[in-house]
Design a protein around this ligand. Structure first.
Ligand code: ITT
Length: 194
């Protein structure tokens, strides 16, 4: 089976290819199928946005398509930046700085947050779709902590108390074992194995 990874982000395509490498599924990118159109993200939830992307690119290509949407939901900010996590500021660095500033006066025990991810698989022929969610609880660190070159996005400020590390201090497999993405991807893997 061929599945289109409905994202313009080449890193994500590689992530799907690696995570599901034991399955008889070939993951292809928008580039591979010659699609250059961009999809809007207008949903109010991660699930709506992931479905919107999977549906748009699935219908355009005629291939089953998978898309995901992630967000950081900070308790004291009433769930912000949430679905707007990638649009919260212009770069990873600016997004982290902005969040650290918003939480400047907030003590450690009130800095709790959820990292969530929803991945949706959409079949253009039947219009059916399935979604899987992963969630991990953590704390927004007071400053960035990162091992050289590790992590992306909000990783350097997402601290996991049980591990006594930020996401950016973990090895890839260590992060995958507990992360929002790892949890959602394992659910999708179980489904694809059936
Ligand atoms: P698409 O191209 O697929 O639309 P996106 O840029 O909208 O992806 P995501 O929904 O995957 O991004 O993620 C939303 C934001 O959360 C974005 O700023 C990411 O960098 C960040 N993020 C997602 N997963 C993360 C992780 O595991 N660690 C740190 N940051 C993460």
């Amino acid at each position: 089976m061929k599945i289109l990874v409905a994202t313009g982000n080449p890193g994500k395509v590689k992530e799907y290819q690696e995570f599901f490498s034991e399955l008889p599924v070939e993951f292809v990118s928008l580039n591979d199928v010659g699609i250059t159109e961009e999809c809007e993200e207008t949903g109010d939830t991660l699930k709506e946005n992931s479905l919107q992307k999977a549906q748009f690119y699935g219908d355009l290509s005629g291939l089953p398509a998978v898309a995901d949407d992630a967000g950081l939901f900070v308790d004291v900010l009433e769930g912000r930046p949430g679905v707007y996590s990638s649009r919260y500021a212009n770069s990873d660095e600016e997004r982290m700085e902005k969040l650290l500033q918003e939480l400047e006066k907030i003590p450690y025990n009130e800095r709790g947050a959820d990292f969530r991810l929803v991945t949706t698989l959409y079949y253009p022929d039947t219009k059916e779709h399935v979604s899987f969610e992963g969630k991990i609880r953590g704390i927004i660190a007071e400053e960035k902590k990162q091992l050289a070159q590790k992590g992306f996005g909000y990783d350097p400020i997402f601290y996991v108390p049980e591990e006594e590390k930020t996401f950016a201090e973990m090895m890839g497999e260590e992060k995958n074992a507990i992360s929002h993405r790892g949890i959602a991807f394992r659910k999708l893997k179980k489904y694809l194995e059936k």
